[in-house]
Design a protein around this ligand. Structure first.
Ligand code: ADP
Ligand code: MG
Length: 772
């Protein structure tokens, strides 16, 4: 059954090996009751711990059913302790926070027995040792003899082949001692029992064999046995690995935490402070975001998605690459007397949107429920003449921009064909909104101002102020191509006799019918101040100019610019000139006015889908005006959130460290329990699992507590905010945030507890058992 071959054990004390066992050779049989007698300090406990696999021998060999243990791994030893060995100690070594039943079940939990079977088997042994009435008590509610019976039941519950008892009656009175020894004697009928004692009388009365130890040596053996060759089914004995489930670890830790409710609660509350902080920050920031969203959704929802002919795609460029570009230019000034040429187009990331018929078809197929209107811009310039206050005539510069929202610097601009949207952003100060080709509108800024340069180009003499009626009804003349350009050889020359042009019957009269000002609750000034004309005027003029002489001439000459007589170049292409003189009715820009924020997202998806599979040059890149406006505010909010969260995060770190310290204290307190668990076959992993489970439970409680407290704090906070800005339910913690915070708290405390739980796992079981 068991063979000890020249087992030696040295303890290293202050760097020097002190022998505790000096060459023990012994053999044990099945069904023997062996007593080991010896004075205190003779090495009895050391010998027993080595037999039980709790301690390692320094040299020699221990054979179990003929198998050497020299090559045993830690797992083999754990399995051996759990399945083959049952330990009974002088001081019972019960886990005080577990019930009698749970104490006995513990060995079975480690070997992964199902909960039903565990309960049955544990109850059965407890009945056998005479504790039927006490199974639900805690160890401290039992007498010494009863506690030792629990310990014996625990040692037997796995039905081990070997029971090791270290002075089992040492702490009991003589009457109880005899009862316990009778029980052990019974047990030895079907297993090997090795009992350490210094009570010679008890040893002689109960055991079959007495081995006498003096100073770590066997001096007498009353009935030595010699096993020839044992050939039992050894694999069956040793191959069963122990494993504690996470559930067991959690349950054990939970019960332990329940025994110190007060401390657990205080720890959890302290741990929750950081969580409360972050939860409040998140509540307020989500409140701010919602508030701003609500404020803006009314106005911003109508903002168009704009497709202009040229967009800067800097935002889309890979930042790393741009960093690379920057560093490649070393930024230093050159001393060389040389001037370099460079192509700006290669140094800026501009994308040209080419609005093709395909794309226009694609737009036409879009669900019309999604948008209020689509407005197209054509890049034609109008030839407009105004009568000056001084009685003369002047030509007014009109915009050729294809983006009605960025056409600063010109006096006459096309306004997009979306009256509802424009009127949602602008108030009509006087007159009406222009709805026909011959109607214009004056756009003033929020202070009712117009730039003097605009007034000058309109030929209006500069005065301090004007009345609305100075502008309403003011007329201009649009000059058709055939009137404006006169042919001169191969080129066409613009007419400069503005008096003649203005007073010609072919000139088209247009007049200002209203004055627009940006409304007070508009988010931004979309239209540049000056005079706006409708897209109907553009359509009207294209219609006339399409068949004009200059357009026909230009169509016939694809290589020469009829305005200059020069060949086309990269700056001035055929297409551009054609558009300028109104010979091309194809749109160069599009504005889509969505119905709502949600439909805007759908429109974006629809537009994105167009680019799938297209080359970079053919793709259409849109600008979301509202997003540009609202992203500034969002950036501000998230910056504030991050700063606040950083402060709250610091308190979270502090509380995590504190939980680490508390776990360490718990490890120190539970050292004995660690020893007991190890003696029952718990692996190092199982021990760390128990403490990790404890931190997980604390972290989880902290998280839940933190979230709940934050929710309660939100109530007065919302009352204050309601008083200040009149918004109810401003600060609210979302479900996602709540769950994330609980997870965060759990993970943080788990991490904080890893070091102490590692310390617990590495504790030497023998040392752990010796601590009180
Ligand atoms: P017994 O159980 O017979 O009283 P032990 O086996 O506990 O004796 O101890 C045997 C010897 O080994 C003693 O001299 C004791 O001081 C020493 N010893 C036991 N454990 C340790 C230890 N962890 N470190 C150093 N010396 C030890
Ligand atoms: Mg001892």
């Amino acid at each position: 059954m068991l063979q000890l071959k020249n087992i030696k054990k040295d303890y290293v004390v202050a760097g020097l090996p002190i022998p505790a066992l000096s060459g023990i050779t012994l053999e044990f049989q099945k069904n023997e009751f062996v007593s080991i007698l010896g004075a205190s300090g003779s090495g009895k406990t050391t010998l027993l711990n080595i037999i039980g696999g709790l301690d390692r021998y320094t040299s020699g060999d221990l054979l179990v059913e003929g198998k050497s243990t020299k090559e045993f791994s830690n797992n083999d030893w754990d399995a051996y302790r759990n399945a083959t060995i049952g330990f009974v100690f002088q001081t019972y070594n019960l886990i005080s926070h577990l019930s009698v039943l749970d104490n006995v079940e513990m060995a079975l939990r480690l070997s992964g027995v199902s909960s039903k079977e565990r309960k049955e088997r544990a109850t059965k042994v407890l009945v056998e040792v005479g504790l039927a009435d006490h199974i639900h008590k805690k160890p401290n509610q039992l007498s010494g003899g009863q506690m030792q019976r629990v310990a014996i039941a625990r040692a037997l519950v796995n039905n081990p082949k070997i029971l090791l008892a270290d002075e089992p009656s040492g702490a009991l009175d003589s009457k109880t001692s005899i009862q316990i020894l009778k029980l052990i004697k019974d047990i030895s009928k079907d297993r090997l029992v090795i009992m350490v004692t210094h009570n010679t009388e008890l040893a002689q009365n109960f055991s079959d064999r007495i081995v006498q130890l003096v100073d770590g040596r066997v001096v007498e053996d009353s009935r030595p046995v010699h096993i020839k060759k044992e050939n039992l089914n050894q694999s069956k004995l040793l191959n069963k690995k122990t494993s504690m489930s996470y559930m067991t670890a959690l349950k054990t830790s939970f019960k332990n935490l329940l025994t110190k409710k007060g401390r657990t609660l205080i720890t959890a509350v302290a741990g929750s402070i950081g969580i409360i902080g972050i939860a409040l920050v998140l509540s307020i920031s989500s409140g701010m975001t919602n508030y701003v969203d609500d404020m803006q959704s009314d106005t911003l929802a109508g903002f168009p998605l704009t497709i202009s002919s040229v967009v800067s795609t800097d935002a889309f460029a890979d930042p790393a690459q741009r960093m690379g570009d920057l560093t490649s230019i070393d930024g230093s000034f050159t001393d060389e007397p040389i001037i370099y040429s460079y192509d700006e187009e290669n140094n800026t990331t501009l994308h040209t949107n080419i609005v093709t018929d395909d794309f226009l078809d694609y737009l036409n197929q879009m669900d019309s429920e999604l948008y209020n209107s689509i407005s197209y811009t054509r890049a034609i310039s109008l030839n407009i003449v105004a009568e000056t206050s001084a009685g003369g005539y002047t030509k007014v510069v009109s915009s050729q921009s294809n983006n009605p929202f960025t056409s600063a610097g010109t006096v006459l601009n096309e306004i997009p064909n979306s009256p509802e949207f424009i009127q949602s952003q602008y108030d009509i100060l006087d007159g009406v909104y222009p709805t026909a080709y011959n109607e214009l509108v004056l756009i003033v800024d929020s202070q009712n101002q117009i730039d003097v340069s605009v007034l000058e180009s309109l030929g209006i003499s500069i005065e301090e102020d004007y009345t609305f009626s100075d502008f309403i009804g003011k007329t201009f003349k649009v000059i058709p191509n055939d009137l404006y350009y006169t042919s001169s050889g191969s080129t066409y020359i613009p007419e400069t006799n503005y008096d003649m042009l203005y007073n010609s019957t072919e000139a088209i009269t247009i007049s200002i019918v209203g004055i627009l000002r940006v409304s007070e609750d508009a988010s931004t000034e979309l239209l540049s101040s000056g005079i706006g004309y409708t897209t109907f005027l553009t359509d009207y003029m294209i219609d006339i100019n399409l068949t004009s002489d200059i357009v026909v001439a230009q169509e016939a000459s694809k290589t020469l610019n009829v305005l200059t007589g020069q060949p086309f170049n990269t700056q001035l292409t055929y297409d551009i000139v054609m558009r300028t003189i109104g010979g091309d009715s194809a749109p160069t820009g599009v504005q889509i006015y969505p119905v709502s924020f949600d439909s805007k997202d759908l429109i974006k998806d629809y537009l994105d889908a167009y680019n799938v599979g297209l080359d970079e040059v053919d793709s259409i890149i849109y600008t979301d005006l509202a997003e540009t406006i609202s992203s500034t505010i969002s950036t501000l909010i998230s910056t504030i959130t991050i700063i606040l969260a950083a402060f709250a995060g610091i308190s979270l770190v502090v509380s995590s460290i504190m939980i680490g310290i508390i776990t360490y204290v718990s490890v120190i307190e539970r050292t004995k329990e660690i020893g007991i668990m190890r003696s029952l076959g718990a692996r190092k992993k199982d021990i760390s699992r128990i403490f990790n489970a404890e931190t997980v439970l604390i972290g989880f409680t902290s998280g839940v507590l933190g979230v709940l407290i934050a929710m309660v704090l939100n109530i007065p906070l919302n009352m204050i905010i309601n008083g200040l800005i009149g918004v109810t339910g401003f600060s609210t913690l979302t479900l996602t945030s709540s769950l994330s915070l609980i997870v965060l708290s759990t993970i943080l405390t788990l991490v904080a507890g890893l070091i102490p739980s590692g310390i617990a796992a590495r504790k030497d079981p023998v040392v752990a058992l010796r601590t009180e």
